[in-house]
Design a protein around this ligand. Structure first.
Ligand SMILES: *[C@@H]1O[C@H](CO)[C@@H](O)[C@H](O)[C@H]1NC(C)=O
Ligand SMILES: *[C@@H]1O[C@H](CO)[C@@H](O)[C@H](O)[C@H]1NC(C)=O
Ligand SMILES: *[C@@H]1O[C@H](CO)[C@@H](O)[C@H](O)[C@H]1NC(C)=O
Ligand SMILES: *[C@@H]1O[C@H](CO)[C@@H](O)[C@H](O)[C@H]1NC(C)=O
Length: 362
C-alpha cells in the first residue's frame, strides 16, 4: 500500500516538471533515468548468445558440479579439460558415453521462436509434451520478440512445470561468414545456425517447435553430441543434443563457408552429412529410427492405424507438411490415428471444449 502511494506522488512530480522549466537537479535526474533506460536496451540487445548470469550459474552448477555428481552430471573425475577449460573429448566413446555413465549434457531444453509472438495449438501441445514427458530442469525459449501473447500462450502458462520455462532474448542471426541470411529460406536457415550456437553456448537439447516428446531424453545426455541419422538419409537437425564443447559443432559451422541460400536443406543437413559425418562419424552418437525425423512420419502419424508411436523417444510432427488444422476442438473429430492419441495424451483438461461450445447442450 505504502509503495503504491509513493509512486503516485512521484508521477505527479514528473507531471509538474513538464509544465515549467526544470531546474538543474531535475534535469540531472531525468538524464540519469534516460541513461538507465538506454543502458537496459543495449543490455537486452547484447544478450545475443551470451548466457545471463542466472543461466551461467545454473550451467556451472549443472556441468561442473560444485559438489561431486550433482544430478549425476559428470565432474572433474570423469572429464579431462584443455588449459582453456573446454572439455577434452578426445577418445570419447560415442557408443557408451563415459564408463561411469554420468551425464555430459545439462538438462536444458532449447526452443527457438523468431519473429512470432504467438503460439499455435500444435506448438502448445509440443511444449506440454516436453514438460510432461521429459520434465527438463529448464526449458529455454529463445526469441527476438519482447513478449508473447495469445490464447495458446495463456494455455502454456497453466501447464504443469511452467515455472521451469525461461524466455530469453536472442537476436536472429543475419549473416554467416559474410553470406547474408536475408533470402527466401533465410528465417529457417538462421534458426539452423542459432540452434548450433545455442548448444555451443549452453549445451542441452534442442527441439524444433513441432517436435513431440514421447519419452524422457535423459539416456541421450550421456553423449558428447548426437542426432538422428537414418540409413541412406541425411542427418535430421530437428532434434539435437550435446555438450557445449562438442567437437562436431565447429566443423558443422565451418561448412557454412559454403552457404547456399537457395537450397532448403543443403547446409541444414546435406552438406554436414557429406562433409563432416561421413569422415568423422565418431564425433556423434548416431540415433536411428528413434526421433521420427523421416518424412515417412507423415503417413504413420496422420493416416495409419496401430502404429507403435510409443516406441519412439521423440517424433517430428511435420505439422507444416499436412493440411488438417488441429486445435482443441478439431482434434476430437480426427480419425483414430496416432496424432490424435498423442495430442490427447498431453492436452490439458482446461483445453477441452465445454458442452456449450460443442453444441451438446439443448
Ligand atoms: C580450447 O583448446 C582446444 C585445444 O587446443 C581447442 O580445440 C578448442 O577449440 C579450444 N576451445 C575454445 C573455446 O577456445
Ligand atoms: C546453389 O545451388 C544451386 C542449385 O544447385 C546452384 O545453381 C547455385 O549455383 C548454388 N549457389 C551457390 C552460391 O553455390
Ligand atoms: C560411433 O562412431 C563410429 C565410428 O568411430 C561409427 O561408425 C558409429 O556409427 C558410431 N556409433 C554410434 C552409436 O553413434
Ligand atoms: C478449430 O478449427 C476449426 C477448423 O479450422 C475452426 O472451424 C474452429 O473454429 C477452430 N476452433 C477453435 C476453438 O479454435
Amino acid at each position: 500500500m505504502k509503495h503504491r502511494k509513493n509512486s503516485g506522488s512521484e508521477s505527479k512530480w514528473y507531471l509538474s516538471t513538464m509544465f515549467r522549466t526544470p531546474n538543474y537537479r531535475e534535469l540531472l535526474i531525468l538524464c540519469v533515468i534516460a541513461m538507465g533506460m538506454a543502458g537496459y536496451l543495449i543490455y537486452l540487445m547484447s544478450l545475443n548468445y551470451k548466457p545471463t548470469e542466472e543461466s551461467k550459474k545454473f550451467i556451472q552448477a549443472e556441468s561442473h558440479g560444485i559438489h561431486p555428481r550433482v544430478n549425476n552430471m559428470c565432474d572433474d573425475t570423469d572429464l579431462k579439460h584443455f588449459p582453456n577449460e573446454s572439455v577434452d573429448f578426445r577418445g570419447f566413446n560415442n557408443y557408451t558415453g563415459y564408463p561411469s555413465g554420468c551425464y555430459v549434457v545439462p538438462d536444458i531444453v532449447h526452443l527457438i521462436k523468431f519473429n512470432q509472438d504467438e503460439f499455435n495449438f500444435i506448438e502448445m501441445i509440443c511444449i506440454a509434451s516436453i514438460l510432461i514427458n521429459h520434465k527438463p530442469s529448464r526449458l529455454m525459449i529463445h526469441t527476438n520478440m519482447f513478449r508473447f501473447h495469445g490464447k495458446y500462450w495463456t494455455a502454456i502458462k497453466r501447464l504443469p512445470n511452467f515455472d521451469r520455462i525461461r524466455v530469453v532474448y536472442l537476436s536472429k542471426p543475419k549473416s554467416i561468414f559474410g553470406h547474408s541470411l536475408e533470402n527466401k529460406y533465410g528465417s529457417w536457415h538462421s534458426s539452423d545456425i542459432a540452434r548450433l550456437k545455442l548448444i555451443q553456448t549452453y549445451g542441452g537439447i534442442y527441439f524444433d517447435s513441432d517436435v513431440f516428446v514421447v519419452q524422457s531424453m535423459h539416456p541421450y545426455r550421456r553423449f558428447e553430441f548426437g542426432l538422428e541419422w537414418n540409413y541412406h538419409m541425411n542427418l535430421g537437425n530437428q532434434v539435437l543434443f550435446g555438450h557445449k564443447d562438442a567437437r562436431v559443432i565447429p566443423h558443422w559451422l565451418e561448412t557454412y563457408k559454403q552457404y547456399n541460400g537457395s537450397l532448403w536443406y543443403y547446409n541444414g543437413g546435406e552438406l554436414p552429412t557429406q562433409a563432416v559425418l561421413y569422415y568423422k562419424p565418431e564425433l556423434i552418437h548416431r540415433v536411428r529410427d528413434k526421433f521420427g525425423t523421416d518424412v515417412k512420419m507423415l503417413t504413420y502419424l496422420y493416416s495409419t492405424k496401430d502404429w507403435a508411436w510409443q516406441e519412439y523417444h521423440v517424433i517430428h510432427l511435420f505439422s507444416r507438411h499436412q493440411k488438417y488444422i488441429f486445435n482443441e476442438s478439431s482434434v476430437l473429430n480426427y480419425h483414430e490415428f496416432p496424432i490424435k492419441q498423442m495430442i490427447l495424451s498431453v492436452m490439458p483438461d482446461y483445453m477441452y471444449p465445454t458442452l456449450e461450445e460443442t453444441g451438446a447442450l439443448p
